[in-house]
Design a protein around this ligand. Structure first.
Ligand SMILES: [Zn+2]
Length: 500
């Protein structure tokens, strides 16, 4: 049976891939020898932490319970920051941020009621590797090998371990024994959380005869470049990611042999939206909500705090911390120029309002309407608020906000507590004290198709992916690729059935 290699290029967008295709040797080879989908839909918020959690578990955030890259944790009273922006991490506390991303995300925040692809493959007797993904929970324990000063800063003892699949790398900080001289792994290179390290780890794994059945590889560098430049340009950053694809293909005697022996799947986590240079395209939330007592970054919520802001770039969770605050917040948010829509939950229902589209849209799970993915809903009010349409057949079609209902529901119900979701219109992003902004560059996080539509390349198999493609369906697809010739039904009996 063929092995599977999945490579996630952060912020890879279909239109950039298509326009650059002729320059991209490795990606073009896989596209020409496989199938290409330009319309895969990711989850919401379109941020790495929530997306990776859905990729690995096959469910939306309401089930896996990782709300986003930034969120407020009612159990600690503090904002969780899985490392976004140097200043925000510094202000949040280095130890707090690193412990959240290193330990808590996998072991505390990710629901125990879901299984990761690594856990499921192990239950089926298959081996797997996670190369630099932040979500990597598996049944094996791996020692943390970090310099003494980081150990001291993060409060890590020599015996601390993290869970993972058979092979796990988190740069040089966690790595298998056969990775002898890790490339590009100094402090200035993120200790190996970069494309060079990841591609080199895959090559070494193949050369050492250590390639497992499934290898999941994360290439982060494209995201950094797209944030700084216009997302429509692509260009050199994508060429660099392509070179890494080439070097992974080169690990085999020939590229033809690489796709004979392996199924290659190339995907992305989210897109990005161009933000103009003018500061008016930053929606200043500290200013907008200045009449409320806002929980400062790095502090623990106390009785006098009224609002917590969790800034996910083009999406933000606003948490009302006191009774009555939500009612005062909603009109303030709906009326602000640049905010695309405001959504909140009430019992089992989600309500959505927008400044420029009148009325309200309300929906709940189950009902007479069906979306493109076969989920059923009750829907009331102005469908145009989420650019949805429906004919006599009560089939809901999405345009600017793909898979809108499941994805918005997934974010709002990722926590039991009350929260308000706001997203920015195209060209806008949110700014709040100490969090990074991207005037003149690119930003993401929203429900809009610019941030939400991602490409998928599959080479080395004819097995079709469910249509229309969704990121949440990749986990089951990989399991089928690796097990279908064996008895899938028998294996299923040992593993809890996932709820969608
Ligand atoms: Zn990003």
């Amino acid at each position: 049976m063929k092995k599977v290699i999945f490579v996630l290029i952060d912020s890879l967008m279909p239109h950039v891939l298509e326009s650059q295709k002729e320059r991209l040797k490795g990606l073009r080879f896989l596209m020409d020898h496989g199938t290409y989908h330009s319309n895969m839909v990711t989850v919401f918020p379109t941020m790495t932490a929530s997306v990776d959690s859905s990729l690995m578990t096959g469910v939306y955030p309401d089930t896996h319970k990782v709300p986003g890259l930034i969120w407020w944790n009612p159990h600690t009273g503090r904002i969780v920051n899985y490392v976004n922006g140097g200043l925000s991490v510094w202000k949040s506390g280095l130890r707090d941020s690193f412990r959240n991303v290193f330990f808590n995300m996998n072991e505390v925040h990710l629901s125990r009621n879901v299984t990761t692809i690594f856990e499921e493959l192990e239950a089926r007797g298959k081996t797997s590797a996670s190369i630099n993904f932040i979500l990597h929970r598996g049944k094996k324990r791996h020692p943390v090998q970090i310099p003494w000063y980081l150990r001291w800063m993060m409060g890590i003892s020599k015996n601390d371990t993290v869970p993972g699949p058979d092979w796990l790398t988190l740069g040089r900080m966690v790595r298998p024994h056969f990775l002898r001289s890790p490339k590009a792994s100094g402090p200035l290179q993120g200790f190996g959380i970069n494309d060079d390290f990841a591609a080199d780890a895959v090559k070494q794994m193949v050369h050492e005869g250590m390639q497992p059945d499934l290898t999941m590889v994360y290439l982060p560098d494209n995201d950094h470049h797209v944030h700084k430049t216009n997302p429509d340009h692509g260009g050199d950053p994508l060429l660099q990611a392509d070179q890494k694809i080439c070097s992974m293909l080169d690990a085999f005697p020939s590229w033809e042999e690489a796709i004979e022996k392996n199924i290659w799947v190339i995907g992305s986590d989210h897109g990005q939206t161009a933000i103009p240079k003018d500061p008016e395209y930053n929606i200043d939330l500290d200013d907008l909500l200045q009449s409320f007592c806002i929980l400062p970054v790095g502090k623990t919520a106390k009785g006098h705090h009224e609002v917590a802001i969790a800034n996910n770039e083009r999406m933000t969770y606003i948490y009302p911390l006191k009774p009555g605050v939500k009612r005062a917040l909603l009109p303030r948010l709906v009326e602000r120029n640049g905010i695309d829509f405001v959504a909140w939950k009430e019992g089992p229902s989600v309500h959505v309002e927008s400044n420029d589209r009148k009325g309200r849209l309300s929906f709940t799970k189950d009902g007479p309407y069906t979306d493109e993915y076969g989920r059923s809903w009750s829907v009331e009010g102005n469908l145009e608020i989420l650019d949805l349409s429906s004919g006599d057949d009560q089939r809901i079609l999405a345009r600017d906000y793909p898979d809108a209902l499941s994805r918005l529901y997934g974010a709002l119900f990722s926590q039991e507590i009350d929260s308000i979701v706001i997203t920015a219109e195209p060209r806008y992003e949110f700014s709040s004290k100490y969090y990074p902004t991207h005037l003149g560059g690119g930003s993401h996080g929203s429900l809009h198709r610019y941030d939400s539509t991602i490409p998928l390349i599959v080479a080395g198999t004819n097995r079709p992916i469910p249509q229309p493609p969704r990121l949440v369906d990749l986990k089951d697809y990989f399991i089928r690729l690796l097990t279908e010739e064996e008895s899938l039904l028998a294996a299923h009996q040992d593993v809890p059935v996932l709820q969608r």
